[in-house]
Design a protein around this ligand. Structure first.
Ligand code: G3H
Ligand code: 13P
Ligand code: ZN
Length: 326
């Protein structure tokens, strides 16, 4: 087995201090997913420019796609690049939707500073058992752990659910005290992907269940809450995709004002993946359509990367409220 690498040696931090500050300051830490170099560069540059702490998220799919060893060195490279840019920010490297103890352990051993163990599809007692096992191992190395209660509609890695199962507030205290998790993802109406709601003509997006969030906050005062599936599916990028030959009908996300409201509460981490994917797809489609002879990947990935930086800076400032908090 390869030697265990501590995230501290890589210049990363866990999420404990980040969440403490976010809770006190009424903002949320952005958790952006990455799968390739250009996305990673954009996240680091966007967060460094806006002086926001950041959680770099790697899904199981991303690990399979990019290779776990390469990812570790990419994260190390990202930390070094950030230092050279002269605007240091706290960076956590987080496993998104870990589905087994072995996967979480392998991430911890290879330098992740935070892991999610997602047992939300399991019966309560099994979710507790799995989560507790991960917490016990992670805390030995000061790695923070996110658990989940309630199931989001949409696709969570390989687990998909057609319907939302809202988090039951009456379960949260027992889950947190029995498992020892550092943060809890809850289901209040967000969902993964670019098609979050099936709206009939004239219907608007239903509001998030802030009543559930408030009840959870009452039962777990000062405890960090996480929102998955929190992309807003920005219409400007969906429109560009459709204008340049794509077909994304009825793509709709969570309105940004609602996320801003959530970020002011106990929600300390907001997960954003789909919005970044849409930016990349929109810009690459535009370049291909306007310059059909272009075949240098730098000429279409570069503009996509620039646009992602712009989106991230704006989100940190206007939605998460994390800009200037590094
Ligand atoms: O929650 C899901 C994330 O958007 C990751 O998606 O498994 O396709 O990388 P992925
Ligand atoms: P979105 O699909 O809304 O971006 O959600 C991402 C996410 O929750 C990653 O865990
Ligand atoms: Zn998620």
């Amino acid at each position: 087995m390869a030697k265990r690498v501590s995230y501290k040696k890589l210049g990363l931090v866990n999420t404990r201090e980040m969440f403490k500050n976010a809770m006190a300051g009424g903002y949320a830490i952005p958790a952006y997913n990455f799968n390739n170099m250009e996305q990673l560069q954009a996240i680091i540059k966007g967060c460094s420019q806006s002086q926001s702490p950041v959680i770099l998220q790697v899904s199981k799919g991303a690990r399979d796609y990019a290779n776990q060893t390469l990812l570790r060195y990419m994260a190390l490279g990202a930390v070094e690049m950030m230092k050279q840019m002269g605007n240091p920010i706290p960076i956590a490297l987080h496993l998104d939707h870990g589905d087994s103890f072995e996967l979480a352990k392998s991430c911890i051993d290879s330098g992740f500073s935070s892991v999610m163990i997602d047992g939300s599809h399991l019966p309560f007692a099994e979710n507790v058992k799995l989560t507790k096992k991960v917490v016990k191992y992670a805390h030995k190395y000061d790695v923070t752990v996110e658990g989940e209660l309630g199931v989001l509609a949409g696709i969570e890695d390989e687990v998909s659910s057609e319907h939302t199962h809202y988090t039951k507030p009456e379960e949260v205290e027992e889950f947190v005290s029995k498992t020892g998790v550092d943060s809890l993802a809850i289901s209040i109406g967000t969902s993964h992907g670019a098609y979050k709601f099936k709206l009939k003509p004239g219907e608007s997006v239903p509001p998030l269940r802030f009543d559930i969030l408030e009840e959870v906050e009452k039962r777990l005062p000062g405890f960090p809450i996480v929102l998955h599936g929190a992309s807003s599916v920005l219409p400007q990028y969906v429109d560009l995709i459709n204008q340049f030959g794509g077909k994304m009908d009825n793509a709709v996300g969570i309105p940004e004002e609602q996320l801003r409201q959530a970020a002011r509460s106990a929600v300390c981490k907001i997960n954003i993946d789909s919005d970044g994917r849409l930016v990349f797809t929109a810009i690459i489609r535009k370049v291909f359509s306007e310059k059909p002879g272009e075949f240098d990947p730098r000429k279409y990935l570069g503009p996509a990367r620039e646009e992602l930086i712009t989106m991230i800076v704006r989100k940190n400032q206007d939605v998460l409220g994390s800009a200037g908090k590094a």
